[in-house]
Design a protein. Structure first.
Length: 277
């Protein structure tokens, strides 16, 4: 699918569009040692058109993160240092979980409760994937068409070691079909696998994006698009492409070596502008 075709499938932001139409998303991210992941994921969503973003945080992070990202609504966890549970899901269109949440026992129980209670759109990344890999029971609780966004090592924990790239792609297709989920396997040419076992390759991005936090930004981007009620396959292909395009925007101005995750989040607006022109 060409950039022009991707752009044509984006929802239009018209004169009378309001934040309710752009969707309300819940992002569960951050822990005492990894508060930066929450900030990066939130910025990815905010720069990608989400109408409202609620950020669920451990109580100890509330003031720090809210000062860093004042546009978000803050929801405090009952736990001081990590995610443990959510009590009310009714106002959200999509839930994202994983960046920087850690893998504590409390967080593992919280994820299990989430998977049992929430059956809407969901994006899972980072430590949420590590918790799935640690307890295979949780994979059977994934809601239909959930979105998983692993890098190769996280995917290896989920699906086992691969002998080569071809074997990894085969495992990717089988995994997505087996669990009826979408999987975005991040890499030099990120791959979107569908519940039907089909794979789509992305051609934007550059090696400068291989930095900590870039995946957190992508989680936010996909969360924002999922809140817009887009077709899931379209939103994943559009989001992955736009995220890579933002990385290309950074590389053009700062060089690949100077690229970092925060810069990618900041350039998402420029990427959307290029894509939609």
């Amino acid at each position: 699918m060409t950039p022009d075709v991707l752009a044509a499938r984006l929802p239009k932001v018209g004169k009378f569009t309001h934040k309710g139409e752009m969707g309300h998303a819940l992002l569960i991210a951050g822990s005492y040692r990894m508060m930066g992941a929450a900030k990066l994921a939130a910025e990815g969503a905010l720069h990608s058109g989400v109408g409202l973003l609620t950020l669920h945080l451990p109580r100890s992070l509330k003031k720090i993160v809210h000062l860093a990202v004042p546009e978000v609504l803050i929801e405090e966890d009952v736990n001081e240092n990590c995610f443990s549970r959510i009590f009310d899901w009714s106002k959200y269109r999509v839930v994202g979980i994983g960046p920087g949440i850690g893998t504590s026992t409390e967080t593992a129980f919280g994820l299990e409760r989430l998977l049992k209670d929430w059956k809407g759109r969901m994006v899972l990344d980072a430590d949420a994937l590590n918790l799935l890999a640690a307890d295979a029971r949780l994979l059977k609780l994934l809601p239909e068409s959930a979105v998983l966004t692993p890098h190769p090592k996280e995917f290896e924990r989920l699906a086992g070691k691969s002998e080569n790239d071809f074997d990894r792609l085969n495992k990717l297709s089988i995994f997505a079909e087996k669990y009826n989920v979408y999987v975005v396997l991040k890499g030099a040419h990120s791959v979107v696998a569908t519940p039907e076992g089909k794979c789509y390759f992305n051609m934007s991005g550059n090696p400068g994006m291989a930095k900590g936090g870039a995946g957190d930004v992508l989680t936010g981007v996909l969360l924002a698009l999922a809140a817009n009620k887009l077709n899931l396959l379209d939103l994943l292909r559009i989001g992955v492409f736009a995220h890579g395009l933002a990385g290309d925007c950074v590389a053009e101005k700062e060089g690949r070596r100077g690229c970092c995750a925060g810069m990618i989040a900041e350039r998402m607006g420029e990427a959307w502008k290029r894509l939609e022109k």
